[in-house]
Ligand binder design. Structure first.
Ligand code: NDP
Length: 341
């Protein structure tokens, strides 16, 4: 057993984009598990846009990370030492944990993981841990897609977005993805079967929407905010729905943004806009995992992951989410060759 662990701690709250010194990476003595606890070797760390929100003390859906505390994330790992009844050494667990290579836990916030046959840990964790259920519940419960409707999804080539679009296709929607760059747009159409894609870095989103969806948009799965949200908002159809999943364009803001410029369309077109946090659906998690697992096994949902080595580079990896540097669900492989462990 290791006697030391590596851990990222929040040294101060970032102002704007995360700066050098906001988080500090260091080795420290490995805590010993007490009776009722176990040690988990972290194999994968999920990096998620919400990590930046957790670093701030803005109003949010769970307590912010305390200054001085280990940075919080979603982790998957293997039990290497257990002093807790019912937790076997070698078992896989995932859930909330520190940005660290080892953690000591009494099991709170962690769930045992069962890997579906043929599904690697990185895929099971990357898809079922957060982004898959987010796509599933946000689109199906709030978006309520019907065959023949037009669905727009922003941040479409990312972790949540690629699954939203593919579920939309399964439900018979015409799916338009918005992503940054020609390569991500090509991937959406050629590899995932989206009907069309708009490159928000190289094209005028509003003009392209007018050409691709002249009758308007029935569902906007919103993940970005800012000018992209404004462009889609202005093109929503009567009684359109908008699952508000995220607003990543504003997570590094230092000032509160004004509301959408096209707000009046909500009234005139009787739109439904509903924010949601996937944990609202905690008691239905198994339903999403079963449905997504089934579609994946049938080859109807593909997922692209962006797995990066190096816990020591976690902050730089995280930063790529806010600049579009990731391509697919972003994970850190904490242990080299984690897939084999
Ligand atoms: P992604 O894998 O989609 O990565 C983030 C992507 O956002 C980037 O790759 C980039 O894509 C895009 N982006 C970043 N900044 C901007 C910007 N200013 N303008 C346009 N696009 C931008 O991340 P996730 O799939 O993990 O998360 C996507 C969204 O879903 C986030 O808003 C996140 O907070 C939210 N979320 C919400 C949950 C909930 O429970 N409500 C749960 C999980 C995620 P590109 O290169 O295409 O521009």
């Amino acid at each position: 057993m290791a006697t030391e662990r590596n851990v990222w701690r929040l040294a101060r709250r970032p102002v704007g984009a995360i700066a050098e010194g906001d988080l500090v990476y260091a080795s420290e003595a490995m805590p010993e598990p007490e009776a009722g606890q176990f040690v988990l070797q972290v194999l994968y760390l999920s990096l998620d846009p919400t990590n930046r929100i957790w670093m701030s003390d803005a109003e949010q859906y769970m307590p912010p990370v305390e200054v001085g505390a280990p940075m919080r994330g979603l982790v998957a790992g293997r039990v290497v030492k257990s002093r807790k009844d019912g937790v076997a050494e070698g078992a896989l667990y995932s859930g909330i944990g520190p940005w660290a290579d080892f953690m000591v836990s009494d099991g709170q916030g962690l769930q045992p993981m069962a890997l579906p046959p043929g599904v690697p840990l990185s895929v099971a964790f990357g898809v079922f841990g957060l982004v898959g259920p987010t796509a599933y519940f946000g689109l199906l419960d709030i978006g309520r897609p019907k065959a023949g409707e037009t669905l727009v999804v922003s941040a479409a080539a990312g972790g949540v977005g690629q699954i939203v679009g593919q579920i939309g296709r399964i439900k018979g929607c015409r799916v338009i993805g918005i992503a940054g760059g020609a390569e991500k747009c090509r991937f959406l159409v050629d590899d995932l079967g989206f009907d069309a894609a708009i490159d928000h870095r190289g094209e005028d989103v509003g003009a392209r929407l007018d050409a691709l969806a002249p009758a308007g948009v029935d569902i906007n799965f919103e993940q970005v905010g800012g000018p992209i949200l404004d462009a889609v908002f202005a093109r929503m159809r009567l009684f359109g729905r908008m699952p508000l999943c995220g607003l990543i364009a504003s997570y590094n803001d230092t000032m509160e943004r004004q509301g959408p410029a096209a707000w009046r369309h909500m009234l005139m077109r009787r739109l439904t806009v509903q924010g949601f946090i996937v944990t609202d659906y905690a008691d239905r998690w198994g339903e999403a995992v079963a449905a997504l697992g089934g579609w994946m096994a049938e080859g109807r949902i593909k997922t692209r992951q962006d797995v990066r080595p190096g816990l020591d580079r976690a902050v730089a990896h995280l930063d790529s989410l806010y600049t579009g540097g990731n391509f697919g669900k972003l994970l850190v492989e904490v242990v080299p060759d984690a897939a084999r462990i």
